[in-house]
Structure formats: C-alpha cells, structure tokens
Design a binder for this molecule. Structure first.
Ligand code: XMP
Length: 505
C-alpha cells in the first residue's frame, strides 16, 4: 500500500486534503514539517496551503527529507508559492488577493486538468501571487482576475493556487483524482475492509496472548477501538464500563446489552454512582466538577484494572486527535484527556494500543458498521466525559439527574421520531438552577427552566446552532412540559461557538 504524505504548512484545510485522498482510495498521512520520518518511497507528496507568506523572513520551509525526494509533488496555495520560490520563480505581494469562489480558465492541455471544463469555479484564499514562473514551467490555468492559477514542469511539479480539496471547488475532487491516476499513475489501494483485516491480524500478533483492558463508555470511538481488539484477542480483552450515574437515561442498561449480550464481549460494569454523587455534593464550580469526575473516574478504573493481570490499555484516539496533538506539540489534547483516561498508562505501567489512531471520524463510523456494531452506537451524538454533570448548571443531585435524564430522553426521541437526529451534529438538554412562574390548571406553578441545545458542526471545534423547525421545538417542549412536572419552562439556545461553547459548563 502506498503512503501519500500531506505536508502540513498550517492550513485549516490540511486534514481535508488527507480525507479527500483517502476517499479516492489512497492511504494519506498528515506530516508536520519538523517530523523526522522520511517518505522517500512515496510516489507523490502533497504540500498544503498555510497562513504564512513566502515573502516573510521566517516563513516555514520544506522539510529536509523533501530535498532528497525524487517523486512527484502537488503544491497547493502556500505549497505552490513555496515551490515557485525554491525553484527560482518570483512571488510578490498581491493587491487585494483572491478569497472565496473565483472562476478559473484552463489555458493549456495537461493530465492534471484533463476532462475539466474550460472554465470552472475554484476556491481561493491567497494574498501573495506568482508573478514569474520558474524556468521550464508552463501555465495551465489562470483566474478571472488574470492571476496564475496552475503551473507545471510536466515532470515532477504540479502546482495550483486554488484549493481542490474544498467542496466549493467544483472539480476539485476530479483534479485530485487526475493527479493520482493520470499524473502519478497509481491505482487506489486503500480500503477500510482491508484496514479492518490487517488491524485485527496486527493486534493479535502484537499482543501475542497478552491481556488488555479498555474503558468502554459506549461512545463511538471507544466502542470501535474495543470491538477491533475483541476481534483480535477475544476474552483476553476486559472492558470496564464505569456507571457514574451521570450517563443518559438507561445507558447503564443499553450499553452492556449491546457489548456483552449482542457482541459477546467481556464487560465488567462498575456501579460507582454513590461515589461520584458523594464527591460532587455541594460543588457548583464547573472546573471543580470536571476535575473531581476525572480523578474519580481514573481511581475507579484503576481499582478495577488492578484486579486483572493486564499489560495493555486500549484507547479510542482518532486521527484528528493525533494531528491536533502534533500541531500543538502536546501528546494529548485537553478535551480528550478525561475521556481517554489520561495519565493512567504511565502510572500503571501499561502499554497503549490505539487501533483507530489512523482513522478520521467518518472512517471510524464506517469501520463500526463493517464490524457490525449497532447503528445507535455508531451514529450517536458525541457525549462529554463528565456526562450530565456539565449539563446540570449548579450542584448535581439525584433529583436534578432524574429530571434531566427524562427531559433529555424526550427531546432526543422527538428528534429521532421526526427525522432530525441525524441532521444535527449534537443535541441535548441542559437543566438550570433557576425557577420560573407559570399556571397549571387554575393554579400558580413554579418550575425549573430547561434549555434545549442542538448544534451543527464538523469536529466540535466550531459550531452553529441548528435551525430546528418550529414544529419540532414545539413538539419537544410540549412533551417535556406534559411529562416532567418539575419543569416549568423550556427555552432554546441560539448561541454559536465561538463565542459560546457547545456544553454549558
Ligand atoms: P465544548 O463544550 O468544548 O465541546 O464546545 C466540544 C465537544 O466536546 C465535547 N466535550 C467533551 N468530550 N470529554 C469529552 O470526551 C470532555 O470532558 C468534554 N467536554 C466537552 C462536547 O460534548 C462537544 O461535543
């Protein structure tokens, strides 16, 4: 299998290039410019865009290994400008630059733009422009503003100013495919089915009779990671499901049913509800709540792990986490640290297995389907590690948990029933420590305020509130007010991220 390195110059679209290349059936990896690994055997390399200017003194340079590299190079935006500068062409500061949709005209035949209409809509995001092309190059396309949009030397370098990886670039996918098939002459050789088989063999070989443990929450990532390892080592994998009482309604019943009863996995359920509630008593500060839950989770998991003679810890780290960590120079990113029981491997001297660290989220879901994990697990909304504790503003107590579980369930069931669950990225209810006056029958009522939240997002880094139809909001609010007497008022949150976060705490 070929590995296609995407050299990351910091563009917000780098991951998208890697994804598009994989969707075409080639295995891609995102490579940081200071990575020491060399990819000299790869048939081609893609250079991403980036926020820097090659005219600045300290702009990012090509990785050292690329100086020795002899294969083909596709340069995108900054990647193009950097190659032009390196090869003796000239890049200058543009006037207004080009941003967003820009029409591009193909002016010469080439395998890269083969079959692409003479004029097509591209996506641009650049201020600097290529003024003089390096010697031996020719221009393949120009923009509607008469700027150079694509050039080549017909041998090794294929450089484009626009972003073929972005959906708004109308023939972007075809251009990337042309590069792989017609310029580099390589056939697709990566599929998720193969990945599953290879991974299972690899894990079996690596563990060689050793035992592993996994904190299985029922979230997509940990579920897929765990089922892959289970396929490889069966009963030698012990899954621990910590019931901290902060889960969604009935999850402590539904999750074990799937993994233990349906998939035949080794699963220990730890009832730690009392411990968590006890420690959360009187705590209202969101960060304190998170810290307590994180610590207690690790303690419970550690106690359980010590009962078994295990060598390995399975974690559901995915590729976006790996790229994020590499970029930020940290080994784990903050949001996932609780979820991934961070700190535990060193403390307990456990070796890590991260079976899905090469996969993007949608690939993880597809692997889940291939493995036969039920749909409601594979396609469920993300859920925070600290659970409902960050959705009960103020102190967490048994009564608030009961109210929120009930209301959240009704909201989610309504979305599912009316076909909106899969159209939102994440939806949930939040309970406020505020009461509001109402009338019920002829009497004055005084009940808690419940917030409904639904967002559209890609990886949760930014989010917009979902434009749910009024009828759906109306149906959910009525059902909640009729069935949960402690709630007196239902409101809908229309805050995007930024400036808000998705969770309330
Ligand atoms: P925020 O609230 O930071 O959430 O905008 C972004 C996404 O991350 C989820 N989230 C968490 N996930 N452990 C997790 O595994 C956590 O501590 C945590 N906090 C927030 C949140 O549900 C949303 O999908």
């Amino acid at each position: 299998m070929h590995i296609i390195p995407i050299v990351d110059f910091g563009s917000q679209y780098t991951q998208l290039i890697a994804k598009r290349v994989r969707d075409l059936g080639y295995y891609s990896v995102v490579v940081q410019i200071d990575d020491t690994r060399e990819y000299l055997d790869s048939p081609c390399v893609i250079l991403s865009g980036g926020p820097s200017s090659v005219l600045d003194e300290d702009h990012p340079l090509l990785p050292q290994w690329l100086k020795k590299y002899e294969g083909k190079i596709l340069g995108v935006c900054y990647g193009m400008q950097l190659m032009v500068k390196e090869l003796g062409g000239r890049v200058v500061k543009g006037g207004r630059g080009e941003y967003g949709r820009v029409k591009v005209r193909v002016v010469a035949d080439s395998p890269l733009l083969d079959g692409i209409p003479e004029s097509f809509e591209s996506w641009m995001s650049h201020r600097d422009v290529v003024k003089e092309i390096p010697s031996g190059f020719r221009v393949l396309a120009v923009s509607e503003n008469n700027m150079i949009a694509a050039i080549t030397d017909d041998e090794r370098y294929w450089l484009v100013q626009f972003h073929p990886e972005v959906r708004h670039c109308s023939y972007g996918f075809e251009i990337l495919e042309n590069f792989m098939l017609k310029v580099c002459g390589i056939r697709p050789d990566w599929s998720l089915e193969d990945f599953v088989h290879r991974k299972i063999d690899e894990i079996r070989e690596k563990l060689d009779g050793g035992k592993a443990i996994c904190a299985l929450s029922g979230g997509v990532d940990s579920s897929v990671a765990s089922v892959l390892v289970h396929r490889a080592i069966g009963g030698n994998l012990i899954n621990v499901f910590v019931d901290h009482g902060l889960l969604r309604k009935n999850e402590e019943i539904e999750v074990p049913r799937v993994f233990r009863d349906k998939l035949g996995m080794n699963l220990v359920v730890v009832d730690a509800r009392k411990r968590f509630l006890e420690r959360l008593k009187g705590v209202t500060d969101p960060e304190k709540k998170r810290k307590i839950i994180g610590e207690e989770f690790i303690r419970v998991f550690e106690e359980e792990a010590r009962k078994h003679d295990v060598e390995y810890l399975v974690q559901g780290t995915i590729y976006s986490d790996v790229i994020e960590s590499a970029r930020s120079g940290k080994t784990t990113n903050k949001i996932k640290s609780h979820h991934n029981v961070g700190g535990l491997p060193e403390k307990m001297n456990l070796k890590l297995i991260e079976p899905i660290r090469e996969l993007f989220k949608d690939e993880v879901r597809r692997v889940g389907e291939i493995l036969g994990i039920p749909d409601f697990i594979v396609h469920r909304h993300p859920f925070p590690g600290p659970g409902l504790a960050v959705r009960i503003v103020g102190e967490v107590d048994e009564e608030s948990l009961r109210i929120l579980k009930e209301a959240d369930r009704i909201f989610i069931d309504t979305l599912r029933e009316l076909g909106w669950y899969d159209r939102t990225w994440q939806a949930f209810a939040v309970l406020l420590p505020v009461k509001s006056v109402g009338v019920k029958g002829d009497e004055r009522s005084y009940g808690r305020v419940l917030v409904l939240r639904a967002v559209d997002s890609v990886e949760g880094m930014t989010a917009d509130w979902s434009r749910l139809p009024h009828e759906i909001l109306d149906e959910a609010a009525r059902r909640i007010l009729n069935s949960v007497p402690q709630i007196g008022r239902v409101v809908f949150d229309i805050t995007s991220k930024p400036p808000g976060t998705i969770e309330w705490e």
